[in-house]
Design a protein around this ligand. Structure first.
Ligand code: PLP
Length: 394
């Protein structure tokens, strides 16, 4: 039995003294050897239902045959070439992503992580709005750990920001409050928002509010950036939340589910931003590498071939219908970024689900919200396991 599994059920552990990994992540009391669909399998054979998807990454679950084949074939054919060397797989991934989005995306810049996509989106916003020095973000937001993305992340300054100053002025607005939109002015270079906040507790901004935000950005010239790193790329049941809410931003950032676990991200630019990109303005070594592009292409193919957007819509509705039991009194979010609202703080509930029922879930910035980020392949029978466990834990 592994050390992690031998520990008391539900108890978070710290790294052992000999562990060379930087001790920055609390550890779940499970160890994973492999995965099958939506199941994690421990070295001793214990099976855990994964409703957290590795922080929203495992779109297709584990061991998807077409994805695994595409990535391993690309590894054999050509594991890496830089952006200076044209490759068909790179063009195919960009074209496929644009077609998948069903949005008027004119240009795609592939990078490596959510934070890096946001950094590049901000750089483009300042390029479009020279002289402006302020960015508007929202309370409870999360945009990443780097200097610019961390500057926009609610609470980072007090907890972990670490840099002596932010690269620009930041104004945080209360979320979903249309009465304060006048604080977006002609000094605002960009407004960055998660249409459904992830870390903030699967909190959906809604179509009406996002439309008001779009209008205010148009009035002031501020560039509207949707950070869809967690909520986008099919997780809402639509390609992006821009589709779900019928609001078109100037740029979208995408990551997490995009490569189904192969590290990659993308900055999607509508015409205004795309027209402002100049040779050498943006760059990356690893971004748009052939293996990342093969992973993106295969993930999109599988979502389309397996009808996974429809599955997300159907099964997320099933969660909302059947899991209002035990301590759960409500829900928020969209699609498979679901927040189950509990009568009690959910930390103990999360531990008990894992220890007693072998179900992995997530918490969030809201102590009463249990966050679900399952693979898009989750089925009703697996949701029934959660509903039964919640009933017993109520
Ligand atoms: C909405 C959002 N934006 C950005 C990020 C940062 O992504 P990464 O960790 O890939 O840099 C995250 C990560 O959780 C996120 O949820």
């Amino acid at each position: 039995m592994s050390t992690a599994h031998a520990l008391a059920a539900g108890q978070e552990t710290t790294h052992a003294a000999h562990d060379p990994l930087a001790p920055v992540f609390a550890q779940y009391p499970i160890e994973v050897l492999r995965g099958e669909g939506v199941w994690l399998i421990a070295p001793d054979g214990r099976r855990v239902l994964d409703l957290y998807g590795g922080h929203a990454v495992a779109a297709l679950g584990y061991g998807h045959p077409a994805w695994s084949k595409a990535v391993s074939e690309q590894a054999h054919a050509m594991n890496f070439q830089s952006n200076a060397v044209p490759m068909d797989v790179r063009l195919r991934a960009a074209r496929k992503l644009i077609a998948f989005s069903k949005l008027p995306v004119e240009s795609v810049f592939f990078v490596n992580s959510g934070a890096e996509a946001n950094e590049n989106a901000l750089k483009m916003a300042f390029t479009l709005n020279p002289g402006r020095t302020e960015v508007v973000a929202f309370e409870q937001s999360f945009h990443g750990r780097t200097a610019a993305a961390g500057a926009l992340t609610w609470g980072a300054a007090k907890k972990w920001y670490g840099f002596p100053r932010t690269p620009f002025d930041v104004k945080f607005l209360p979320r979903k409050d249309a009465s304060v939109l006048a604080q977006i002015t002609d000094k605002t270079a960009a407004v960055v928002i998660e249409p459904v906040q992830g870390v903030g507790g699967a909190f959906d901004m809604g179509a009406e509010y996002l439309k008001a935000l779009r209008k205010r950005c148009d009035e002031t010239g501020a560039i509207l950036i949707f950070d869809e790193v967690q909520c986008g790329f099919g997780r809402s049941g639509e390609p992006f939340c821009a589709n779900l809410y019928g609001v078109l931003p100037d740029m979208i950032t995408s990551a997490k589910a995009l490569g189904n676990g192969f590290p990659c991200s993308a900055l999607l630019m509508m015409k205004k931003a795309a027209d402002a990109v100049k040779m050498d303005a943006l760059g990356t070594t690893f971004g748009a590498g052939p293996m990342a592009c093969a992973a993106i292409e295969a993930t999109i193919d599988a979502i389309e071939h397996d009808g996974l957007l429809a599955n997300v819509r159907r099964v997320s509705a099933y969660i909302r219908n059947t899991c209002m039991v035990g301590p759960i009194v409500g829900h928020q979010g969209a699609g498979f970024l679901t927040g189950l609202i509990s009568k009690f703080p959910v930390k103990d509930l999360q531990k008990a689900l894992l220890a007693d029922h072998n179900i992995l879930t997530g918490t969030s910035g809201d102590p009463n919200v249990l966050r679900l980020l399952p693979p898009f392949t989750l089925k009703e029978a697996e949701v029934d396991l959660l509903a039964t466990a919640l009933k017993r834990l109520g």
